[in-house]
Design a binder for this molecule. Structure first.
Ligand code: NCD
Length: 315
């Protein structure tokens, strides 16, 4: 179904295709040997023009766990981009060596452009402050696993009635844009955006929510939002996207999730974070059973295994 397809933003896959990926990821989690040799002889190119730990390592781990191999770079300084090669040429080359390409690039729209030049599937691992769809697959699988009910047939059932709060840098945080866009497809979800006025979610996100008739509210107060949330998605202030350092310094510690704030939250809350964390979640919160961000990182590998096996057409 997904064979040969690119993933540039969450809307590229239907709700049913996402559900199929989540089921496959759950099957892999239950039985890690399932699909073990399915990608033997296949190659995945990982082209990272921006820093990454989890995304790149989880893609490489996923590909190797499927029996395939990876090639690529984690530092654009070591690629021909530093000699002035165009993205189109780099992509054409990578596509002639590999069966699929995973790319992170600081420019918004770079992944879409790459997919136009690539004869093999392109997976967007982050394009500037725009989208990060495989983080969204990770986030949704985590919500399904931790907040879903055993009989849920679809993610639709698991997210119905949930209030999801996003806190921090909602302007530049690409994981926020992708997750909000994905959630906008599910009826009965409510979103709460907590940010300083300078870092509000972009209009293209809030306009989409209005169009889809998704209930949302914007606030500057995490304290006020906290008691009503079922999921809290904390984010880092994206230093690398600021035009000046003073603004970053002024805004970076606006929100710090502390044990004190956790006391006012629901018992079933789950706290997510795409990571890396800087200061926005106090270390003490890690021991709270509601802190789910390290589990979330693990689900990322399972869902990337499901994604790779599907686009390579081995399932
Ligand atoms: C995120 C990203 O790169 O957008 N990290 C990730 O992929 N897990 C979040 C961030 O860098 O703050």
């Amino acid at each position: 179904m997904l064979k040969g397809r690119s993933l540039i933003e969450p809307g590229n896959f239907t709700i049913e295709e996402m559900d199929a990926l989540f089921s496959l990821a759950e099957r892999i989690e239950e039985d890690p040997a399932y699909l073990r040799e399915s990608c033997r002889g296949r190659l995945l190119a990982t082209l990272f023009f921006e820093p990454s730990t989890r995304t790149r390592l989880s893609f490489e781990a996923a590909m190797q766990r499927l029996g395939g191999s990876c090639l690529g770079f984690a530092d654009p300084g070591s690629s021909s981009a530093s000699k002035g090669e165009s993205l189109a040429d780099t992509i054409r080359m990578a596509a002639s060596y590999a069966d699929a390409i995973v790319m992170r690039n600081p420019k918004e729209g770079a992944a879409l452009l790459a997919s136009r030049y690539s004869p093999v599937p392109v997976i967007n691992a982050g394009d500037g402050g725009h989208h990060h769809p495989t983080q969204t697959l990770t986030d949704l699988l985590t919500i399904k696993r931790l907040r879903g009910k055993p009989g849920d047939k679809s993610l639709r059932d698991s997210v119905k009635g949930l209030t999801v709060g996003f806190c921090g840098d909602l302007k530049f945080g690409r994981t926020v844009h992708s997750l909000a866009k994905a959630l906008a497809r599910y009826e009965g979800v409510k979103l709460v955006f907590v940010s300083p006025p300078e870092l509000r979610a972009p209009e293209y996100v809030t306009r989409l929510l209005q169009r889809e008739k998704i209930e949302y509210l914007e606030t500057t107060s995490l304290e006020d939002a906290m008691p009503g949330l079922d999921v809290l998605y904390m984010t880092r202030v994206q230093r690398e996207r600021f035009f000046n350092e003073e603004d970053y310094i002024r805004l970076k510690d606006t929100y710090v999730l502390s044990l004190e704030k956790m006391e006012t939250a629901k018992k079933e809350l789950i706290v997510l974070h795409p990571l890396p964390r800087v200061n926005e979640i106090a270390i003490e919160v890690d021991a709270d059973p509601r802190a789910a961000y390290f589990k979330q990182a693990k689900y990322g590998m399972y869902v990337r295994m499901a994604l790779l096996a599907s686009i390579m057409g081995v399932i």
